[in-house]
Design a protein. Structure first.
Length: 320
């Protein structure tokens, strides 16, 4: 949730209003803070007990990685061993059941015609570019009420190579998906969403974090900062994100989860985190020894979240 010093701080009520999303927050547990180096982020408004649910929300936009489009359900995000039936209209989206298809109808209808036109024109953008285009398209249909407008963008600092890719995406949106865009849409708005997505998207991973299934934009969840020694774990279930405390958190402490595989060594973590443009200063990264004491599921590398009865459940597979 990195921001520039000039960005104003948000209150929790303002965040709720700006996102326009239904998310259930344990309101007495969360507060928002802002600093020039860490941006805007969640802190504990009161002592939080290990295992406590902190945030329950749904994603704003999500796209299955194109190479897995016929094997991963666009709604529940479950991977099938066999091929699923792709949408007959656009040819980009698949569902594992009629229920998932019906649940996703309102979401997919917004982009289906635009994607069908894109395929009809045989436009070649590259797999990664198409994923980003679909995230922008899903955000664009919200128009002026888009929650990404409260996120930070760094359009001016984009490299020339990346800007060329973004320009191709912007041109494809205007040329082939124009009917799905607001009348006042601009290339600059595409760039702003691309930047916001790049800085705030979450990967949806297969169990064991070895394969990225999809990329999701979840605006409220973007206000958790990163730590290699986290106090929060994320649980994904289709288009739902839940965040739990994995240890006792004192009042005023920043609420963080790990953006990367926590078992990486320090040099690997720093290399991966450079994608987000910051250097982690958590106890593991700044201490003399790279110690990791957080309990992990031995099978899935998920965090073990206290279940309130003396046991634990895995943040990856939810098994006890």
């Amino acid at each position: 949730a990195t921001c520039t010093p000039s960005l104003p701080a948000l209150t929790l009520a303002e965040l709720t209003s700006a996102t326009g999303m239904n998310f259930d927050v344990v309101s007495s547990a969360l507060s928002l803070a802002c600093t020039s180096n860490a941006g805007r982020f969640f802190v504990a408004a009161k002592p939080i007990a290990a295992g406590e649910l902190i945030l329950d929300t749904t994603v704003h936009a999500t796209v299955v990685c194109e190479c897995l489009a016929s094997n991963v359900c666009a709604f529940c995000m479950k991977r099938s061993r066999g091929q699923l039936q792709l949408c007959s209209s656009c040819g980009y989206v698949a569902f594992c059941s009629e229920r998932c298809k019906d649940m996703c109808a309102g979401i997919h209808d917004l982009e289906c015609a635009a994607l069908a036109n894109l395929r009809k024109q045989n436009t070649k953008l590259g797999p990664d570019a198409l994923t980003w285009l679909r995230l922008v398209l899903q955000d664009a249909v919200h128009g002026a009420s888009s929650p990404t407008k409260i996120l930070c963008s760094s359009v001016d600092s984009v490299s020339k190579t990346k800007r060329k890719t973004w320009q191709r995406i912007a041109a494809a949106l205007l040329n082939f998906c124009g009917d799905a865009l607001p009348s006042d849409w601009s290339t600059q708005r595409t760039f702003e969403i691309m930047s916001a997505c790049e800085n705030n998207c979450f990967g949806v991973w297969q169990e064991g974090k070895k394969l990225e299934l999809a990329r999701s934009l979840c605006v409220p969840a973007s206000f958790f900062n990163h730590s290699c020694f986290p106090n929060v774990a994320r649980v994904c279930s289709g288009r739902s994100f839940k965040f739990y405390a994995i240890r006792d958190v004192p009042q005023g402490e920043s609420l963080c989860f790990s953006y990367i595989d926590p078992t990486m060594c320090k040099s690997e973590r720093r290399l991966h985190l450079s994608t987000w443009g910051f250097k982690c200063e958590c106890p593991r990264c700044e201490g003399p020894e790279d110690l990791f004491s957080t309990k992990l599921c031995t099978k899935h590398l998920g965090y073990l979240i206290p279940d309130g009865s003396g046991g634990f459940f895995c943040s990856t597979c939810c098994s006890t």
